[in-house]
Design a protein around this ligand. Structure first.
Ligand code: MG
Length: 195
């Protein structure tokens, strides 16, 4: 029997968009000085995902901010296996760009007893998962569009890993276009094919 899938979710630009611009025209809730807009279908996504996988949150934002956001977007704190912020990330330095950045090292998840063969991490920023890219499901950054339809497609895609013994062995790049093609028989990425 293979262990239940664990899906570790990023927060900013993956599940929500937060801005301190007071002129945002619609916001779902407020955290401190931030107006927060949920990615469309977020509640349905959480319900669907939790029906077949364990869920956790890991963001490189401050711990307090992540806790406050999580309280607003998950129906109960018990739903999350863990809710981690920046204090659990590893600081890295890119000498070429002379920039600091934060990495989520899944070894810390492994220490909780999870096998990384059954862990997916959903994040819009690939550099944050550079140590375990085989676990990474990349999403396009959400910056507030009402037309965004990523989450229903993502739930469907993640459900395809339920019985995968080793999720890391499966190619994930390009998953969105493959899902779109599955959802619309006959659809194609290549406009030339449609003619
Ligand atoms: Mg992000």
């Amino acid at each position: 029997m293979i262990p239940r899938l664990l899906v570790v979710l990023d927060v900013d630009e993956t599940l929500i968009y937060a801005t301190d611009d007071p002129l945002i025209d619609r916001c779902d809730f407020q955290v401190g000085r931030y107006s927060v807009r949920c990615r469309p279908f977020l509640a349905e996504f959480v319900t669907r995902l939790s029906s077949f996988a364990d869920i956790a949150v890991w963001s490189s934002a401050s711990d307090d901010y992540v806790t406050d956001i999580a309280k607003n977007i998950f129906p109960s704190p018990d739903l999350l296996r863990f809710c981690w912020g920046r204090s659990r990330c590893t600081r890295r330095f890119d000498p070429e760009r002379y920039l600091e950045y934060w990495v989520k090292d899944l070894k810390k998840v492994k220490r909780l007893g999870y096998t990384l063969d059954r862990v997916l991490i959903v994040d819009d920023s690939p550099e944050k998962i550079e140590r375990q890219y085989g676990n990474h499901v990349r999403v396009d950054p959400f910056v507030g569009s009402d037309a965004d339809a990523t989450l229903p497609m993502l739930a469907e895609y993640i459900s395809s890993f339920v019985s995968a013994a080793n999720v890391r062995a499966i190619e994930k790049r390009g998953w969105e276009s493959r899902q779109r093609n599955t959802a619309q028989p006959g659809a194609t990425d290549n406009p030339g094919d449609a003619q």
